[in-house]
Design a binder for this molecule. Sequence first.
Ligand code: ADP
Ligand code: ADP
Ligand code: MG
Ligand code: MG
Length: 593
Amino acid sequence: MGRIAILLDDRCHPKECQWECQAYCPVVRMGQECIVEGPTGKPVISETLCIGCGICIHKCPFDAIKILNTPQASESEIVHRYGYNGFRLYRLPVPPTRGIVGILGPNGTGKSTAARILAGLEVPNLGNYDAPASWERAAAKYRGTALQAHFQRLARGELRTAVKPQYIDRLSDERVTVAEYVGGTGARPRTALEAVGLASRADDPMPSLSGGELQLAAIARTLAAEADLYLFDEPSSYLDIVHRLEIARVLHRLGTEHGVIVVEHDLALLDYLAEKAHLFYGEEAAFGVVSHPMPMRSAVNTYLTGYLRDENIRFRETPVQFTAHPPKPAALRASRVVFGPLEKQFPSFRLRVGGGALTKGETVGVVGPNATGKTTFVKMLAGAEPPTAGTPPEGVTVSYKPQYLHATQPASLRDRITRLANDPGFDAAALERELVPALRLDGVLDVALPDLSGGELQRAAVALALARRSTLYLLDEPSAYLDSDERMAMARLVRRRVEREGATALVADHDVYFLDLACDGLMVFQPNPSDGVPGGRGEGPFTMREGMNRLLRGVEITFRRDPETLRPRINQENSVLDREQRAQGEYYYEPAA
Ligand code: ADP
Ligand code: ADP
Ligand code: MG
Ligand code: MG
């Protein structure tokens, strides 16, 4: 079996190390040029000479090397390769002429690369990274398949595509109004702005938008374009649960008349949107393989099972399991954390939260639209923001993972762990034995925190928060930047840790699968303007059933359960079940018989 050697370019700092990779390589020591200095001053690792001993991986002080066996796909199936020791993508999804195709898979397996290729933004080099690539060559390679026609049309400029890119943070640098960014004052841009609920912000400058609003603007701009194929790369990031469900409806409608591809980690959303999907599997930043298209239901079920039968690929050890019934209310158990009513008055926002209690071992979700005060509430409990009225609970030790993470110091996760090891309030053993492996942080322990990807930083922050011995864990949007797999692993971990420690947790999040797996109850936040001033109101904890009903009533969306995996699935609008459930006011769990 062949080998793949990957050098993670942004982690490799050849001037700050002793070239340990080369110095300790047994093949180099035998006099062969297995690792040499390349033209950029960084090491080049020969995939033919490498014996796969793994020594360089462990010696590299920056965790910048990966050595893997080649995937179960042949060299000839490489669509694109970023350099000799770079990432490679095997196979491509089939672009639809009508209807929605989903793309589902871990971070760093080439989903965005595939999307950019299909959109005509990146010419696939077919593995020949050092030769110029062309659409004609790509078309010739896929002779006799749907991709041939697709690439030919791209080559001739006959296929119009519109792309909502994955990263939208930079849009806040655009010095134009929202309407200008979306496409002007014509009918299409106006309709698109209305469809995403951003019409009232049309004349505002782009830099004044929040993250969620930037995402909506980017989606509107894509909708406003006249295209044959639309691609949405992670449309739900920064969107709250309510907007996610609304956008789902908008994209669903687009798919009835056009070809649409959606890359998405929110499984409830993708499941509802797409008719079929390709799973991506592989190794982060090393390689990605694209599966055959599957009907949407089996794509998600396969993903949850962790085993792709067609291709005999196991990508997870254990299946993800849901339960169809709401968790049993903890009525008989004693309260562990009790908080009275809390209020916060900002110059132009007023938050009121009713009092509530959390019982031992309980994880409670905090749900609701953006800008309703979820973060402010969590901060008041964490002692990071003093309430205007009311007092946070006393005698409760809290551990807090903020919504926005900024790593500024060059320390690594290992440095942080070492420093905290003698702190009695810190469970270093659990961190090493349980949290680091469960959150797959082993490979990045020595990477400086500012060099971590968004998802890695998020997992590191959650691991550190959960390692602090506390009665109340406060996690603000822990699923942001994570792929579906990481979300589900984290949901189970939070739940298990809180149960085992007899602690409690409040978790603000927008991902329905994450909340369903992690939570025993919900607090629900709603907009609550008073005297013309925006405000928010938080209530609960409620049972999962009551909380979900309160949340979903507002968006008129109902869920059913998949018979095989028991995962929640969004009902088609106005289907028999949808109408029945709405009539009974049971939006999330099966109506009691
Ligand atoms: P995904 O969207 O599945 O997270 P991407 O397609 O963005 O994956 O990237 C897959 C891998 O390809 C990344 O981990 C990165 O290592 C590599 N990569 C992406 N873009 C480039 C590029 N322009 N140059 C070199 N490597 C890249
Ligand atoms: P959520 O987490 O539900 O999105 P936040 O608690 O972050 O909501 O914010 C609720 C509202 O409070 C927002 O409109 C925000 O502008 C306002 N707000 C939050 N923090 C401050 C602050 N430090 N000063 C003034 N206003 C603030
Ligand atoms: Mg991507
Ligand atoms: Mg928030």
